[in-house]
Design a protein around this ligand. Structure first.
Ligand code: B12
Length: 312
């Protein structure tokens, strides 16, 4: 953050761009200086500077200037500086660049421009742009909407692409990594709040992103949780339950091959039975689940059911 407003020359030096570039960004994309004292040239505030830094980073990464500017304009700013009537603060950035060529596009269905931007950054293996988009989307929409509206459609798209071509494993891995990082960076409840919620993948289950989204959404709602991660054998889970005494346990299975109901029975009949044991993920078959084990259908539902049980 800067202490005082800067002239165009000073901003250009800090960003390492020409003053004429700054002028173009101002005239074409509205990324100009916002501080104005009568009789003086306008000056760039620290909020202006934050936006310009996003603009410079994204354009350097090859994002088209108009699209980069749309992202830059959506940077969070203090309430008093936000123009409520400006649609740029409330809507997705306009789609201004050509789509990637058909052979390399990740389909995102009817998801908006933000999901398309993330899909493009994914296919370019551009981790920095992915992180920018994910961080901004989470901070503006919250975890649940970021997951449902942006992250999930792109994951589905990658899955579709993989199923059709058996390619893009590297795209899937890098995006998974940046999603993990950004969900993990959502601020957690203070140390000292004892987690009463245990989230775990089933035995041999490698898919964990939805649980990571749940952990981040819980944190946003003020609930601490423990996420054991991928491929947790039944003995290890039983040991964790015994040692930490959770109120709620959620077990994720992505594919039927990892949906072993013996996993659930063991917790239900063990000496430290949690108040709620829930199944989550498309691997589980509802008919096979013990009657007292709900199958959580989505992130919103999971958040509601888990927080209600944890608070009970
Ligand atoms: C990322 C990914 C990976 C990553 C996971 C990284 C990680 N840390 O999680 C890695 C690379 C590890 C991986 C590995 C594999 N993967 Co994979 N993977 C995916 C991908 C692209 C996204 C997975 C994901 O997070 N989905 C979560 C959401 C987006 O999907 P969903 O669960 O179906 O969502 C539904 C519900 O669960 C619910 N929901 C959504 N979000 C949430 C959140 C909560 C909390 C709840 C309760 C519900 C919920 O709403 C949706 C409505 O139907 C999917 C594609 C896809 N369509 O999902 C393939 C996919 C799941 N993988 C697949 C496969 C085949 C594999 C591998 C076997 C590949 C291999 N040959 O090694 C291994 C699995 C090994 C194992 N034993 O687990 C297949 C599964 C096919 C099947 N049904 O059997 C898929 C569908 C890809 C495909 N089209 O072929 N994968």
């Amino acid at each position: 953050m800067m202490d005082e407003a800067l002239t165009a020359g000073a901003v250009a030096r800090r960003l390492g761009v020409a003053v004429t570039t700054l002028r173009t960004w101002h005239q074409r994309y509205g990324l100009g200086p916002s501080q104005h004292a009568p009789g003086q040239h306008r000056r760039y505030t620290s909020d202006d500077m934050d936006r310009l830094q996003v603009m410079r980073r994204l354009t350097a990464q090859g994002v088209a200037p108009a699209e980069a500017a749309a992202w830059a304009r959506r940077m969070p700013v203090p309430i008093e500086n936000t123009a409520p009537a400006d649609p740029a603060w409330t809507t997705d950035p306009p789609e201004t660049t050509a789509r990637d060529g058909g052979g390399h596009a990740i389909p995102v269905g009817r998801a908006g421009a933000t999901a398309r931007g993330l899909a493009r950054a994914a296919i370019r293996l551009d981790a920095a742009a992915q992180r920018d988009i994910l961080e901004m989307t989470i901070s503006r929409r919250g975890v649940v909407r970021a997951w449902d509206e942006v992250i999930m459609p792109v994951l589905f798209g990658i899955g579709e692409r993989y199923a059709a071509t058996l390619k893009y494993i590297e795209v899937e891995h890098l995006l998974s990594r940046t999603v993990t990082e950004t969900l993990g960076a959502v601020s957690r409840p203070p140390v000292g709040v004892t987690p009463r919620i245990l989230l775990t993948a089933a035995n041999e289950e490698q898919h964990t992103l939805p649980l990571e989204a749940l952990a981040a959404a819980l944190a946003e709602a003020g609930f601490a949780s423990r996420l054991l991660g991928a491929r947790v054998p039944p003995d290890a889970l039983a040991g964790a339950v015994e040692r930490t005494g959770p109120t709620v346990v959620v077990i994720w299975s992505q594919t039927p091959g990892t949906a072993d109901t013996a996993h659930l029975d063991r917790l239900l009949t063990g000496p430290h039975r949690p108040f709620l044991v829930a199944a989550a993920g498309p691997g589980w078959n509802k008919q096979d689940l013990p009657a007292e084990v709900p199958l959580l259908g989505g992130l919103t539902e999971a958040l509601q059911v888990v927080t209600a049980a944890a608070a009970a």
